[in-house]
Ligand binder design. Structure first.
Ligand code: ADP
Length: 403
């Protein structure tokens, strides 16, 4: 079966078409600047990339995606009928969705209801689901939630120590994010360790523009660094990560700004970008640090220190982990970041093989700890789209069987 995986934002729609017979990626691309000036859609297949005129809205975007996929000259499929299902990434599943779910009108309504907790994302997901339903009414759609992997967290990990009545009334708690990535690398780790997933105890570090660290016990998430929203946790590209909430009030008063403005600032202007004053991109900040830019170095130090603290914390939570996994753009690619994060952790049984950490073929699973390290350290490339497609296939398969 071929599965279309979509990841819709307010002005973008990333897509991948996968053939699940062999987990092969057939084509991928992005509808960018939807509804804005000069929208474009990119289409990558067979090592080529083409760019076409983009879309005015999400409905048109999904039509354009289908058009490029079935294009007579360059299409990778002959007709829409070859697409067996659509998998949608959904950022916030809240307390409602504990696993990937077949989409119907009620599910769309519930995802919409959760928009308050992910105002930039859930409304766009809903738009995209409705557009797909209109354009391809007979193709089943599945929602895959960033939060659902973390629904196994115990109360003591997901609760904030606020008034219990407010938690009950407003569902204010930790939900986490990047669940699809943490779940994927946990499954990959189980394979390399030769174990069942239920036997895996590890700390997974997804480090990209957004970053989160997860404690995995018996293959399940028992704690994660992101919170009610992806602002909490480690230092990120443009997000501050953990902060004393009073800082918000302090900045509101000193900058004469509203709470919304300050939260927007903490999400978009802080982290690597805010400290370095150069960029949110780890590569660019690293380059400046190498040229002795002190603030760039400080930004990298803060990021590494924050990840290291979470590793220490989760070692305590898990009573020791068998492995630490690095994934995401920074986790997979920056040997300097990995080295800095794992420096001086011998006490916890973590010893990096510095040569291996620096010199290995990227894009594959690699063990980078020294043989004397009690804890194994791996780099595992993530593949959230494949994980989403697998979930979608599983649900649709059952659907067909039950018919
Ligand atoms: P997102 O969270 O948006 O999915 P990614 O996982 O692609 O982002 O991660 C983006 C981050 O990865 C950027 O900070 C980028 O600088 C960093 N990155 C990507 N490639 C490299 C590399 N070769 N060396 C260091 N950092 C890299």
């Amino acid at each position: 079966m071929k599965i279309l995986v979509v990841n819709a934002g307010s002005s973008s729609l990333k897509y991948q078409l996968l053939d699940m017979e062999n987990d092969k990626l057939l084509a991928k691309g992005n509808c960018e600047k939807i509804g804005l000036a000069d929208p474009i859609i990119s289409y990558k297949h067979d090592g080529k990339e083409e760019i076409f005129e983009g879309a005015k809205n999400h409905e048109e975007a999904i039509k354009k995606v289908l058009d490029v996929l079935v294009d007579k000259k360059n299409g990778v499929i002959k007709s829409f009928d070859e697409i067996g299902a659509i998998g949608h990434r959904v950022v916030m599943g809240g307390w409602i969705f504990k696993e990937s779910t077949l989409i119907d009108d009620k599910v769309i309504e519930q995802i919409d209801r959760l928009s308050e907790m992910a105002p930039l994302h859930n409304p766009a997901h809903v738009l995209c689901m409705r557009a797909c339903k209109k354009v391809m009414p007979n193709i089943p759609q599945v929602a895959v939630f960033d939060t659902s992997f973390h629904s196994s967290m115990p109360e003591k990990a997901y609760m904030y120590a606020i008034k219990y009545e407010d938690y009950e009334k407003f569902h204010v708690r930790r939900y986490g994010a990047h669940g699809t990535s943490h779940r994927f690398v946990t499954q990959e780790l189980a394979k390399v360790l030769g174990k069942d997933v239920s036997e895996v105890n590890a700390i997974t570090c997804h480090l990209g523009n957004g970053s989160s660290i997860t404690a995995i016990k018996n293959g399940k998430s028992v704690d994660t660094s992101m919170g009610l929203t992806p602002l909490q946790g480690v230092v990120m590209g443009t997000r501050s990560g953990d902060i004393d909430p009073t800082v918000v009030q302090f900045l509101c008063s000193h900058k004469n700004q509203s709470v919304d403005q300050v939260l927007n600032y903490l999400n978009k202007e802080c982290g690597l970008l805010g400290i370095s004053g150069i960029s949110s991109d780890h590569r660019e900040v690293s380059q400046s640090a190498k040229k002795s830019n002190k603030r760039a170095q400080l930004a990298l130090d803060l990021l590494a220190y924050s990840v290291k603290k979470y590793i220490g914390m989760y070692m305590a939570v898990l009573n020791g982990a068998e492995a630490i996994v690095f994934t995401g753009g920074i986790g997979e690619n920056s040997y300097e970041a990995r080295e800095q994060i794992l420096q001086d952790l011998e006490y916890l049984g973590i010893v990096l093989d510095k040569d291996k950490n620096k010199n290995f073929k990227r894009g594959q699973i690699e063990l980078i700890s020294s043989p004397k390290s009690k804890v194994k350290v791996y780099v595992i490339p993530t593949n959230e789209e494949l994980m989403m497609a697998k979930d979608t296939l599983e649900i649709v398969k059952n659907l067909k069987n039950s018919k």
